[in-house]
Design a protein around this ligand. Structure first.
Ligand SMILES: Nc1ncnc2c1ncn2[C@@H]1O[C@H](COP(=O)(O)OP(=O)(O)O)[C@@H](O)[C@H]1O
Ligand SMILES: [Mg+2]
Length: 294
């Protein structure tokens, strides 16, 4: 998708949210929360930047989990972040999603949205979706019902849990089922899926909310080789339509995602240690030392 189209999408979304907010003022926090998002304005992706972190520092009892971390991700870019355990990768995602507030630094979505001023739910509403390490699907419900719930949980969509799905909504669920390779399992109870399939379902649930930026923390941990390969294909098909930040240990997976031409970021002790092609960072002496030193 071109930045232009992205902007239009974001605009339509926020306009929709604005109407919702107007009709929901009486429901207390919901209205107030939309109000704050709207005050923040539309994300402006005109310069092609999706996410910009500048000198972010996070301390836990004096220990710096992030130490002046700076990172820029483009609109439509798929960026892999690697780094040893404890490097600060998950903490970085916590900062982007509003779960952790940094001591200093700035974080923006597009060129204008100050993420550090928004709450977690507000950040989700403006188009940042996060996939945690462990899948969290509704085990008792079918695959289809999980996606249906995710769609209806989107407050931009005017629907109650009991309302019938529109044709367009059914189409979206079907498209997503196909994308995440679970069309044959649509009526299967989610609890019966393999670990890898549960991970795909959760990614599908995220996609139902149409996030502009997707954050994926170790998405192929515990997957079989075949599932890992399919996940790489899935992410590659999302690239361009969404920006993706993928934290991963599995170098084969990172290689599949970067295809020898995309930039990889190496985190170490809360800062960027190296950035470049996977082959370049793997040959980087500092990087080798950090990995072997553990
Ligand atoms: N809530 C917390 N309180 C104290 N220390 C934390 C907390 N969260 C993370 N840390 C520490 O910060 C460092 C970075 O952790 P994390 O971001 O989880 O690393 P990674 O995801 O790269 O493995 C680790 O040393 C971890 O122990
Ligand atoms: Mg982690």
């Amino acid at each position: 998708m071109t930045p232009d189209l992205m902007e239009q999408g974001a605009k339509a979304r926020v306009e929709h949210a604005s109407k919702e907010a107007a009709t929901q003022q009486s429901s207390g926090d919901r209205g107030a929360s939309f109000g704050r998002v709207l005050k923040a304005g539309l994300p402006d992706f005109g310069t092609g930047v999706a996410l910009y972190l500048d000198e972010i520092t996070v301390s836990f009892d004096g220990f710096r989990a992030l130490n002046k971390l700076s990172l820029m991700v483009d609109v439509g870019e798929l960026r892999c972040i690697i780094g040893p355990n404890g490097a600060g990768k998950t903490t970085m995602m916590d900062v982007i999603t509003g779960k952790t507030r940094p001591d200093s630094g700035t974080a923006s979505f597009g060129q204008n949205i100050d993420l550090l001023r928004l709450r977690e739910n507000e950040i989700a509403q403006i188009g940042i979706g996060r996939k945690f390490q462990k899948p969290t699907v509704y085990e008792q419900l079918s695959v289809f019902e999980n996606l249906e719930l995710a769609l209806k949980a989107d407050r931009r969509v005017r629907a109650s849990l009991f309302s019938r799905l529109s044709g367009a909504q059914l189409d979206r669920i079907a498209e997503t089922l196909q994308l995440i390779h679970l069309l044959p399992q649509a009526q299967t109870q989610a609890g019966l899926l393999s670990h890898g399939q549960k991970q795909w379902l959760e990614i599908g649930m995220l996609l139902m909310q149409d996030p502009m930026l997707l954050l994926l923390d170790e998405p192929v941990a515990g997957m079989t080789d075949e599932e890992t390969e399919r996940t790489a294909e899935l992410f590659l098909s999302l690239e361009g339509k969404h920006s993706l930040v993928v934290v991963e240990h599995d170098m084969k997976f990172v290689d599949q995602l970067t295809q020898g031409r995309k930039k990889v970021t190496v985190l170490h002790e809360g800062s960027v240690l190296a950035e470049g092609l996977l082959s370049e960072v793997q040959a980087n002496e500092k990087v080798v030392e950090v990995y072997l030193g553990r």
